[in-house]
Structure formats: C-alpha cells, structure tokens
Design a protein around this ligand. Sequence first.
Ligand code: ACM
Length: 669
Amino acid sequence: MWSKSILFAATSSPTLKLMPVPVKVELTKGKFRLSDSFTMAVTGAANERLYKYSTRALRRLSNRTGLFFSQDFITKKTKSDNVDMVINFKRKGKVALNEDESYQLIITPEKIELYSETDIGAFRGVETFLQLLEADEHGYYFPAVKIEDRPRFPWRGLLIDACRHWMPVEVIKRNLDGMAAAKLNVMHWHLTEDQGFRVECKTFPKLHELGSDGFYYTQEQIKEIIKYADERGIRVMPEFDMPGHATSWFIGYPELASAPGPYEIECRWGIKDPTMNPAREETYEFLDKFLAEMSKLFPDDYFHIGGDENTGKQWDANPEIQAFMKANDIPDNHQLQAYFNKRILAILTKYGKKMVGWDEIFQPGLPASIVIQSWRGQKALIDAAKKGYQAILSNGYYIDMIHPTDMHYLNDPIPEDAPLTEKEKKFILGGEATMWAELVTPENVESRIWPRTAAIAERFWSPASIKDIDDMYRRLEVMSFRLEEFGLTHEKNYDMMLRRLTNGGDISALKTLVDVFEPIKVYSRHFQGKTFTSYSPYTRAVDAARPDAKVAREFRNLVDEYLVKKTKENAEKIKLWFWHWKQNHEDLMETIKGSPILKEIEPASENLATVSKIGLEAMDYIESGKTASTLWVSDKMAVLEAVKKPVAELELMIIPAVEKLVQAAGKQG
Ligand code: ACM
C-alpha cells in the first residue's frame, strides 16, 4: 500500500505518517493486528515515569480504536513474558541537556519490541509507535517495521509566554503533552514581563501580589507542572526577563527601577522603558535572594535571564547611573548591560545554574559558559558558535508572526551553507519556537502553536535532508488531529469562536470565508488602526482565523497543478470553489445582519466574491482557448492588487492563485 509518493526523495526511508521522521525506517513484511487482548510490559529496573507513560499509551490506543483492553495498568508487577509489546530500557534518564533520547522499535506480525538506553528514549519511541497505528477493513494494525531513531539536536523547545496573556495550568499541561508527542524536550516558560509577574515569590511577595492581576502560578502549581513535564522527558526552563521588560517587578519594588515611579502594570504592548537599576548594590542583593529562591524552585540546569529590548532611556536620564558609568569606565549602555549580566551570571553560577539570554547578552567579556538565544537573525547564532559559545535559534521560529508552516520548516538551525566547521556546528544546540502572547488568549493560543510547531519539531529532530514540503503537509494533517487527543483546542475552538461570532447562528457561510483568510503577518496587526491591550477582545474573525489556512493552501496547489496539466477534473474543482465563494457573499450578508461584530468583514466577503468572479472569467478564457486582451489582464491584475489590502486585519490567501489564472488567460494560444 505504500505508493511511491510517500517514499521520500531525500531519504531511503518511508516516512509513513510519522512526524518527526525517524533517522531510519525499514518496512518489513506483514502487520501486527491489534485486539482486545493486547498487552504491554516494561522490563528492567522499576520506573514509575515509564509505567505511567506506557499506561497512557495503552489508554490512547484504546480510545482511538474502541478496543476494550483487558490490561488496565502497566506496573512493575506486569510480567513481560507472553505480552505483545515489551519496552526494554537500561536506565532512568536525566531530564537534562544531552541526555540519550535514542530508541529502536521493532514490529513484527507477532511482537512489538522497543529498546532504549533511557526511559526518555522509550517515551520518544512510544510516540513513534502510536503514530504507526493504521486501519483497514479487518481492523487496526501496526505495519511490521524496524526503526532506529535519535534526535539531530539536543535542545528542541517551545517558548510559552504566560505574561502578556495568562495561560492557565491546564493549557500548559496539554501543550506539554503535545510537545512530547512531537518529541520536543524544552518548555521555555516566559514568566515575567511588563504586563505581569506570573510566579509566586515567597521572599518578595509583592512581586506576584502587586505585579499581576491575580493570575500567577503558585509554587505548588509550578512544581506540579515541572513534574508533569519531567514525566514526559521535557525540561522546564524559566525566563525572568531583566533588566528590561520588567515593569511588573517595580509596582511592589520601585527601588529596583532606574526611575522613581510609581509604576503600574503595563497593559499596552510594545517595548517599554522601565528597566532595573544596574548601579545600585541593592539591586543585586535583591536579585541574589530572588534567584536563590527561583533556582531552587526550577531544577533545570539552565536559567534564562531575558536581556532583550532594554531601551536604556531610564539609564540615560538617571544622573546616579551616569556617574556610576563614569566612575567605572563603562562607556555606553551596552557595556552597562554587560556589567549587569556579569553580576547576574555570578549569582546564577553560585546557585549552580547556567545562564541563557536573548542575543543582546552576547557581549564581549561574558564567559563562554552562557547560552545565546538568537532571535534577531541567524548572525548571532553563527557568531556565537564561531566564538565557542553555545547557541539556540529562534529567529525564523516566531510562530506568533503567523507565517506558513513551510517557511518555519525550511529554516534550519545549521543551514547547508553555514560558514561553520564541524566543531563549531556542535555549539548549535538546536532551537525554540516562540509563542509570544500579545495577540492570543487561552482560547486561540493553540491554533497558533499547533500544528505548525510539530513541523518545527521535525526540523529539530529529523535529519537535515528531510525537507519535502508536500510530504510534511501530508503528515502534519494527521499529526494535527492526533494532537487533539490531549484536549488541545487548535481545531475545535475554531467552530466555537465562529459560533460566538454568529451569535449561535449557522456558521457555514462565515466558515467558508474565514477558511481562506489568514491574520496579517509579522506584527502588522498593531498598525491597522486599533490599539490592542491586555483587555482588548481577542474574539474577532481575525482571532478565529488560522495561520497557513489549509483550504487556501490546497486551492493554490490545485491551481498550480491545473496550470501544469489542464485536466477537466481540476478545472471543475476550481470553478466549483469560485462559484461557492461567489455565492457565499449573499449568505454571509444574512449572517452579518444579526452579528454586528461581523460588520467589519463585509468588505472581505465582497472581495472574495470579486476575486471569484475574476477567477471564473479567467477559467472561461483558459477552457475555451481564447486569449484575454492585455487590457483585461491588466484591469483584473489591478483589482487583485487592490483587494490585497487587509480587511479587519485579515488577508485573502487565494489571490496569488487567481493572479496566476489571470496571467494564464492572457497567454493562450
Ligand atoms: C524577543 O522577541 N524580544 C526576544
């Protein structure tokens, strides 16, 4: 049943529906049939994490198949003789950088065996195993296969910003489940910002009490989440952003700031001036006590201090700081921040932590023990590696920018042409997708994270040669619905949000429209006339619309295919869409009448109808073999150009395809 198309050009291994693609997959003969009698066991030393992981796997299989397995749990008492699946691991892994995550999975028609050095490797292997589930008319089965697998990069992360918008514990947990399914292994938890201090601090309780709107993680909740992550082989690295992005610290402790205050919680977005005072010893005394507490709370070896986007304006305006710089021969604000970083580094080192920061911290004079997170470009990453600093890449993985999946997917932490020696390449630890939360709430955050982050996760895990876009999208679709088994809301909240927009009415016309629109890219939403704050509604059509709109993408592909080979079948499909979209306008106008919140998308609906009419005219030319006049082509191209203008922060994603049809209509005969 494996057609040639799923054999991948860049590798000799079939990719099946696996994401990330393993290093080596060999299909062997036959199928392992799944039945109610299916049983699993774990051999070796007692390992609670693995018993729990494999028990959850059993439940997931049961839920997918409706099979009533007789086995309830996998425990240390479960005997491994005569079971169908045996997990063999050698030792408990450390949830730490560079731990062994490799595994080997062997499925024959009779038996399933998973081998790994660590239980964490077994977790990764169990996810691959679950992705292999197939069905035919006889029931569920696993193809016989031999898989050998290990990650390309040891640091594969997702940043979750819980500050701009609060992210409840359940949101964090289900995203940790999604991360484990995608074989990601670092949750970078952005915990303090101008807009909120989200951690309970016992030493300085005014930090969370006055620095948040009441939404912060208690230390018990943090421990619970760290344990949850640990049970999935995921590190939790906290980020306490300093010296900038720190307004929320100053409400309770204004003496930490470089200007007198008073301060209040920032509810607007953007780069703000409040910054810590690096010239006062008391700042370091405070941070020493604070970091002592937080170093204990967060067991990971790595600790992120932010360091980004410090404007320095408060430093320029403070005579005491200016005098300090003069007295200490500190020539500029960059050097002053480097001084601050060195002081923080000394504190973190004392508490056994390795310091991580955004690329701004990459300054002369800091020791090579720090890790640079490159967000402003690949350059800092390459420069860091050349100088022997460890580095991780986030530039190109900013999922809040709403770029299409393939763009992130092809962004490689070590591009083929990277000017690095093999030794220098070793300093690049991997990368992180970043989910900044200005424009998302718990309701739609997952529609920005998933499924695109699974493709990024593949970039971090799979061999660099795995980069076939069509094959990625084919597998991503399967991955996306499977991720829903953790309660992730990236699919199901779409309809829910549309339902609210129609005030409980029929959503079909609205969905037809929103399906082909995407939120505008990068940070342009902030410059369309509305001022967004913490308290704005994030419930409009643009908030429901998804990145990389699938209907639009598939339509573009359909048109591309048609223009290469003009089959009748594809022509009919294309026209059917155009008729549907043209007709949709009338239906949607009915919906909008009862939903003032949708009034703003009326021009978007008109645009879709206009574009569809042009598309149908172009198809007439193409199908009849007549050549459209130059004037017609230029007229229509001008209209298409005009409707590219965003409406309600949305952009219509089928325009490039219609432009191609119009151009083709003018090039007949
Ligand atoms: C950042 O995006 N300011 C790290």
